[in-house]
Design a protein around this ligand. Structure first.
Ligand code: NAD
Ligand code: UFG
Length: 344
């Protein structure tokens, strides 16, 4: 069995990817400090993929001996690197925390990979590296330029990976630029569990649906889009997880550090999402149109052709699947993992 070391494997996208990797016959070693996740997610990953082998190291990427112990469990064939802080507003207030955790954490990870002769990496980048794109759909060759410290950590890590790949032969790195991940595993057992007030649209909509919040504030109704609200490329997290397996399987054809968009190629507006969610939930989700949110772009969606050509992957799940699965998770876990125990 090949072994993948998955950093951030207890998190939202990481936990879904662990299920897909285990189902495909990979052994998985998770490294996560649980700064934004729960060990219960990993218990449920094991429940969803019971025949697979998953071990867990509660370790921070900056803890070198702890990281060594995780690599020593190998031999590790490839690393899938999700671990990172991701809240845009927080990154503006605490930039050094973001640079240390995300950039310095990745330096430590790459050094550990070098020590252990591991040269295969799949990295979680983001469409945020495109800033406000000049052309939509966005291709991987679009100009780069992030608008906040979080985005710049992704940009700097990408640059660092290109430098490392150029410094010696043998590195095979896929830099996956995700668009807007939403949804949950169809079992409703794992899903997104944001702490505090959600910044992102889908978890906010679902917390309104479950009665935790009163209404959704739509950030701007005067954008140059068909209905005036912002347009994004929402992608089902299970499709995204499958994209990571495809990226691992395609590393034989990768040389150096190669960016690949993971999106559907479709743009949906905020109102499209609210309407689809209302239909899935079976009642109207209340909303009000407020002012634009600083830093938001009007519309962005992916050109997904590289993913098809290089990874043999395309997203298959619709917006209706995304809201139905996200709702199943939210309705059966109204407090996320908060009220669950490791036993169930
Ligand atoms: P998440 O917060 O649910 O998962 C990240 C995981 O990394 C968490 O379990 C956290 O505890 C862990 N972690 C953070 N810093 C760590 C450290 N120093 N050492 C060990 N573990 C650490 O986030 P997610 O939504 O699953 O995102 C995964 C990755 O994808 C992140 O790198 C994120 O920036 C990127 N990404 C996410 C989105 C999105 O909208 N969710 C979009 C684009 C890119
Ligand atoms: N929105 C609302 N109300 C809300 C939340 C969001 O109207 O309560 C709107 C936003 O204005 C935007 C759309 O819903 O038009 C999507 O917003 P999200 O916050 O869900 O997602 P973003 O596209 O703003 O953010 C995503 C990632 C970030 C990344 C950013 C870069 O979540 O990690 O893309 O473009 F930095």
């Amino acid at each position: 069995m090949p072994t993948a070391l998955v950093t951030g494997g207890a998190g939202y996208i990481g936990s879904h990817t662990c299920v897909v990797l285990l189902e495909a016959g990979w052994d998985v070693v998770v490294v996560d400090n649980l700064s934004n996740s729960s060990e219960i997610a990993l218990a449920r990953v094991r429940e969803l993929a019971p025949s697979g082998s998953l071990s867990f190291h509660r370790v921070d990427l900056l803890d070198e001996p702890g990281l060594e112990a995780a690599f020593a469990e190998g031999p590790v064939d490839a690393v899938v690197h999700f671990a990172g802080l991701k809240a845009v507003g927080e990154s503006v207030e605490q930039p050094l925390r973001y640079y240390e955790n995300n950039v310095a954490g990745t330096v430590q990870l790459l050094k550990a990979m070098q020590r252990h002769g591991v040269r295969d990496l799949v990295f979680s980048s983001s469409c945020t590296v495109y800033g406000d794109p000049e052309e939509i759909p966005v291709t991987e060759s679009a100009p780069l330029g992030a608008a906040n410290p979080y985005g710049r950590t992704k940009l700097y890590i990408e640059e660092m990976l290109r430098d490392v790949a150029a410094s010696e032969p043998g590195w095979r790195m896929t830099l996956l630029r995700y668009f807007n991940p939403v949804g949950a595993h169809p079992s409703g057992r794992i899903g997104e569990d944001p702490t505090g007030i959600p910044n992102n649209l889908m978890p906010y909509v679902m917390q309104v649906a479950v009665g935790r919040r009163d209404h959704v504030t739509i950030h701007g109704g005067d954008y140059p889009t068909p209905d005036g609200t912002g347009v994004r490329d929402y992608i089902h997290v299970v499709d995204l997880a499958a994209g990571h397996l495809a990226a691992l399987q395609a590393l034989d054809h990768i040389d150096g550090a190669v960016p690949v968009n993971l999106g559907t190629g479709n743009g949906y507006s905020v109102l499209d999402v609210v309407r689809a969610a209302s239909a899935a939930v079976g009642r109207e989700i209340r909303y009000e149109i407020g002012p634009r949110r600083p830093g938001d772009v009007a519309a962005v969606w992916a050109d997904p052709r590289s993913a098809r050509e290089l990874l043999g992957w395309t997203a298959s799940r619709s917006l209706d699947d995304m809201v139905a699965d996200h709702w199943r998770w939210q309705a059966s876990n109204p407090d996320g993992f908060g009220s669950a125990t490791l036993a169930g």
